[in-house]
Design a protein around this ligand. Sequence first.
Ligand code: NAD
Ligand code: UGA
Length: 465
Amino acid sequence: MSIKNICCIGAGYVGGPTMAVIAQKCPHINVTVVDINKERIAAWNNDDLSSLPVFEPGLDLIIKEARGRNLFFSSNVEESIDKADMIFISVNTPTKTYGKGKGMAADLKYIELCARQIASVSKNNKIVVEKSTLPVRTASAIKNILDNTGNGVQFQILSNPEFLAEGTAVNDLLMPDRVLIGGDNTKEGQKAVNQLVEIYSNWVPKNKILTTNVWSSELSKLTANAFLAQRVSSINAMSEICEKTGADINEVAQAIGMDSRIGPKFLKASVGFGGSCFQKDILNLVYIAKSYGLDEVADYWEQVIIMNEHQKQRFSDNIVQTLFNTVSGKKIAFLGWAFKKDTNDTRESAAIKVADNLLSERALVSVYDPKVKKERIYADLENLKTRSDEENKTLLKVHTNAYEACKDSHAIAVLTEWDEFVNYDWAKIHKAMQKPAFIFDGRGILNKDLLENIGFSYYKIGSGY
Ligand code: NAD
Ligand code: UGA
């Protein structure tokens, strides 16, 4: 039997785009995305497509095509679960902030709530798909909850982790490197796997759809993120050596990336990786390793995070040191606040930590980001609880124009690699700044020769003298 009705619980950065693409490619399937956050659902239903809760290039057109046809956003969670043959769980799985595993383990309370709700509402057999990133063996906990509902409904649990990256989510979903589906080896398990394979086959070539057992699938997701983050920490570690020795990290990256065993992607030195997942997923992996007594494995992966924290810290330390060991009362302009370009997401963005460090040194920070709203920036700082909201608002200003943000500043720090920064009128910016005018390019995107000719003192991450 083919799937006719899909429900996705969680209308966030994964649930929204993923289901939009499934709906676009499978007009014969009704897809309803539900969320307890009514504001978020209202924003997904907004007629003004520039106000969708998630900014992703190309997403607005897909929503326009599918919404109201076979794609729906609703806050009626129970009704949608009841109607569905297949339910994707795409809720957040943040790091625990309390109790056992605090600061390391994944907080699975939202997952458990979903499982309990599915169990209590379901009146017919359903396939439950883990779309969220979960610790290995979570499927057994979900199954345990679902199988003990007492109403005799049969559930199959599949693991189908999502590998999209923000900023390129639509392309990643339309042309994934692979789709991974983990299921039970039983006849019913394999039947469920095939039903999900059938859905993806509407646009993904069969040879890119990989099926495995549930545990391999769950663990592959954590492994993929750990490997990706490890590459960034590795290149960032080398960036510090470059700065001491006169080597250039871009040249080093090119040289090693031409080795086909290493490959050229994901070797861009930066002010540190951000995003909602790398840190949380590695912490989760470290916690899992520790819980099996695998201390060396845990230490190995933890170092990826230690290196990332160091990279953010040394970036702000370098600003303070270069500005004659004091930034107190000095205006420092931030270009970018998002954790990477082409997204409005700021979760774990390096900019937050760098700003916090500079504000503690009493700098006056002015921020411009093309997509991030003022309220988000202040909320990010407030979450740190380093100082009062009032103080944050006095010391940090948010601008909607980059030239205004840079005016009268002593230094500019590039925190996000937005394309528009490259083509600014840098001579105009220089003219309006305090002298000497410094640029700290945490993304290595600006043209050194051009800026130095204008008169800037230019520091690029990973580049020596
Ligand atoms: P998100 O915070 O943007 O969205 C999660 C949504 O789930 C929220 O809107 C929240 O209100 C909703 N929710 C929570 N509990 C609910 C419940 N009981 N009923 C209904 N709605 C509920 O999170 P996200 O970035 O979409 O990530 C979701 C999962 O996907 C995480 O496990 C994450 O690790 C994983 N993931 C994220 C990305 C990414 O790029 N953001 C990529 C791959 C995988
Ligand atoms: C990452 C993975 O790339 C996705 O495959 C995964 O699905 C997702 O996490 C997830 O599980 O949430 P995402 O965090 O959206 O995606 O974005 P990335 O492109 O991976 O960038 C993460 C961070 O690393 C950003 O801050 C980025 O600027 C930084 N980065 C990335 C570098 O500093 N250098 C690089 O070469 C690449």
